[in-house]
Design a protein around this ligand. Structure first.
Ligand code: NAD
Length: 503
């Protein structure tokens, strides 16, 4: 099913020790332009030896990098911020070319990533420890935060710039060396990031990129010199990474998949809720871990809401992400597009009503397009409800009460994001208190926390104890040391075999 072969296919290799290097395994994967279906590149898949070399390079760099003063590190991060800001269009274009999302959305992704860099420009403050003077007579106790050493990040296809930034920015600012294993589906942005970091003055070896597949991931999981792994991707792989990484004694945060509900109460503004459902359901063609996948509509609002969503769909412009008039691009691969489209068969077969069929509104050609699709009367046992889907297929589940909506959300195995639409502040506050989900939006459909909070779901959407970026990101990439210190007059010294006392 490979589409037409382009005359010039680029080859995408690794970045080790401050330079681009070609892979030697002879194994590689295809990279496509999802808007045309053409294969535009070939990405090398790393060998175990290449990963070992990257880890050794990172380890050597880490010991020097952690000695950089905090003000020098902050200074460097201001330069990184500036360069990423200057090159935001290059980054956005690189990711649209391989992921397919529309350029305006790619710019939004870069912007949300830049905000994490902005946050870690404050690293001197973020790494402050605690100090207790006179914890016992003449004794002071203080805590310091130290880096872990070499840490690795394994990232998904859907945010090839922002999600790596969630990891490398805090990891490096905390004094660690970093190895990125990006998605093999859209790997080019990782090398552009590496070039920017080098140009900013980051010492060689502090940031490395290893392209690859399971072979690379497995070696990162077992390598004894890697202290921690951050993972973002689907739930089965997140669980695998968490179980195998922790078995090797590593610190692991593994963020998984999602099924995000948007609860619409009868008192909600229907037009506002419909605008939000369309924006959050079909933005980035539904390939966001915080996309709204299910609208749970309570009581009599259902008919009006379904009509309001339906009437908005014909004007969602689907097309090549590079075309400024496009609002929704293609899906990432043909296989994924076909899997997503299959819910438009299985949904009606299992009793749902197909209100809008995106197969009819897809642009012609070889691109991996699927138009905005809507299923009504979906029930919890249907595949369209149970599976993540990760595409432009929005389901509507009708329920009779707030409690029924709440139970549906709380019984779902995922717990990444959720939104409630209502004009009743008391009910919204009750929902925030009762719902078992990590990120909650009140009249906000995509509640991705700002960079100075932390991002992460509950239940099968996160394995590990720490959410990503923000204060929990700083915790994740450092370990604390508590120091007890005294400077007594040597003349007062004596032998005392008792356990140290504070009073
Ligand atoms: P994926 O799990 O297929 O891949 C993620 C990473 O794991 C990639 O680098 C890939 O190369 C690697 N990988 C894939 N299969 C592997 C295997 N068998 N063994 C070892 N490594 C393997 O995810 P994806 O399709 O790239 O991304 C989409 C998924 O990511 C969705 O489920 C989405 O919800 C999730 N996601 C979650 C968040 C979050 O914050 N919770 C954010 C973005 C994406």
């Amino acid at each position: 099913m490979n589409a037409a072969v382009t005359t010039e296919r680029k080859t995408i290799g690794h970045w080790i020790g401050g330079e681009a290097v070609r892979g030697t395994s002879g194994r590689s994967g295809p990279v496509y332009n999802p808007a045309t279906g053409e294969q535009t590149g070939e990405v090398d898949f790393a060998t175990v030896e290449e990963i070992d070399r990257a880890v050794a390079t990172a380890k050597a760099a880490a010991s020097e990098w952690r000695t950089w003063s905090l003000s020098k590190r902050a200074d460097l991060f201001f330069r990184i911020y500036q360069l990423v800001d200057d090159r935001r269009d290059d980054l956005a274009r690189a990711l649209t070319a391989e992921h397919g999302k529309v350029l305006s959305d790619a710019h939004g992704e870069v912007q949300r990533g830049i905000e994490v860099i902005e946050y870690v420009c404050g690293i001197p403050t973020l790494l402050k420890g605690g100090f207790s003077e006179q914890a016992a007579t003449g004794i002071d106790v203080y805590s310091i935060r130290q880096p872990l050493g070499v840490v690795a990040g394994i990232t998904p296809f859907n945010f090839p710039v922002m999600v790596p930034m969630w990891m490398w920015a805090p990891a490096i600012a905390c004094g660690n060396a970093f190895i990125l294993k990006p998605s093999e589906k859209d790997p080019s942005a990782s090398l552009l990031t590496a070039e920017i970091l080098k140009e900013a003055g980051l010492p060689d070896g502090v940031f490395n990129v290893i392209q690859g597949d399971k072979v690379a991931v497995d070696r990162l999981l077992e390598h004894p010199d890697i202290a921690a792994i951050s993972f973002v991707g689907s739930t089965p792989i997140a669980r695998y990474v968490y179980e195998n990484g922790t078995k090797q004694g590593k610190r692991v945060q593994a963020l998984g998949g999602a099924k995000n509900h948007m609860v619409v109460l009868p008192d909600a503004d229907i037009d506002m809720a419909a605008d939000a459902a369309v924006s959050a359901g079909y933005g980035s063609a539904g390939e966001r871990c915080m996309a709204i996948s299910v609208v749970v509509v309570v009581g009599e609002a259902a008919d009006a809401l379904v009509s309001a969503i339906e009437e908005r769909l014909p004007s969602v412009k689907v097309g090549d992400g590079m075309d400024p008039s496009s609002e929704m691009g293609p899906l990432v691969t043909r296989e994924h597009r076909d899997k997503v489209a299959s819910y438009l068969d299985s949904g009606p077969e299992q009793g749902a009503k197909l209100v809008a069929d995106g197969r009819e509104t897809s642009p012609n050609g070889n691109g991996f397009f699927l138009g905005a699709s809507l299923l009504d009367n979906v029930t919890p046992e249907m595949d369209a409800y149970r599976d993540e889907i990760f595409g432009p297929v929005l389901s509507v589940v009708r329920v009779d009460s707030y409690n029924e909506a709440l139970n549906l959300v709380n019984e779902n195995p995922y717990g990444n994001g959720v939104a409630i639409f209502t004009r009743d502040g008391g009910v919204a506050r009750q929902f925030q208190f009762e719902v078992n989900v990590g990120m909650v939006g009140v009249n906000v459909p995509i509640p991705v926390p700002v960079a100075y909070y932390s991002f992460g779901g509950w239940k099968s959407s996160l394995f590990g104890d720490r959410h990503i970026y923000g204060p929990e990101g700083i915790d994740f990439y450092t370990r604390t040391k508590a120091v007890t210190s005294r400077w007594p007059d040597p003349k007062t010294s004596r032998v005392d075999l008792g356990f140290p006392q504070t009073r």
